[in-house]
Design a protein around this ligand. Structure first.
Ligand code: CA
Length: 223
């Protein structure tokens, strides 16, 4: 079981890491939100322990980013605040539990075990954006009831855009995630693939979902 701790207080972070490691968990740490979020995209964690007050990107934003990226990794919030409002906000954003500082390590460990017992990470199987339905395990995409005949690369590209709907993805990121290669020198490959994908996903329909963000990359949304 692999756990990520995102906590800027080095003492707390070290104390949690030591305790969890002693209990058999593999533990990574990040001291700020941005790094924490990046680690959740690079590695598969069974749980993220997330401090609310962090320099730069705060815990709320990190959780929202994780959920927007399509990941359902369980999140346990740590916070010094104990207002009802914070609790509601955390749970609305998709936190799995909430622990108020200061807490005993035994209390944290009990919460961690409860969350992990709920089962494996829940990944969404089907993504719906407007009239577009993407069946991830079935490798099928349907729009307006019409089955889209996509090649496997086109499907991967569409799935990536859909998992991170509303987010602008750079050509470099797309090349890396879809082709697993560094296309820095030739991001034209991405443009060609997006053009082909548009021909199937957008051209036959009035509402266009794939948008070009000039100088940056592409985004898929239903605004
Ligand atoms: Ca903090």
């Amino acid at each position: 079981m692999r756990i990520l701790i995102v906590e800027d207080e080095s003492k707390t972070s070290a104390y949690l890491k030591k305790g969890l490691s002693e209990n058999g968990f593999v533990v990574d740490t990040a001291a700020e939100g941005k790094t924490g979020f990046l680690l959740t995209q690079q590695n598969e964690y069974d749980l993220v322990i997330l401090d609310v007050m962090l320099p730069g990107k705060d815990g709320w934003t990190v959780l929202a980013d994780i959920r927007r990226s399509g990941k359902e990794t369980p999140v346990l919030f740590l916070t010094a605040k104990d207002s009802v409002q914070d609790r509601v906000k955390g749970l609305e954003l998709g936190a799995d539990d909430y622990l108020v500082k200061p807490f005993a390590f035994s209390e944290l460990l009990a919460r961690v075990r409860t969350i992990l017992r709920r089962g494996p990470v829940r990944q969404p199987d089907v993504i719906r954006i407007g009239d577009l339905v993407i069946d991830l395990p079935g490798h099928k995409a349907v729009r307006g009831g019409i089955n889209l005949e996509l090649t496997s690369k086109e499907f991967s590209l569409l799935a990536l855009l859909a998992r991170r709907a509303g987010e602008v993805l750079s050509r470099t990121l797309i090349a890396d995630q879809v082709w697993g290669m560094n296309f820095d020198s030739d991001t034209n490959v991405v443009d060609v693939a997006v053009r082909r994908l548009r021909g199937k996903v957008d051209d036959p329909f009035e509402k266009k979902l794939i948008k070009t963000i000039r100088g940056v990359g592409y985004t898929l949304d239903h605004e």
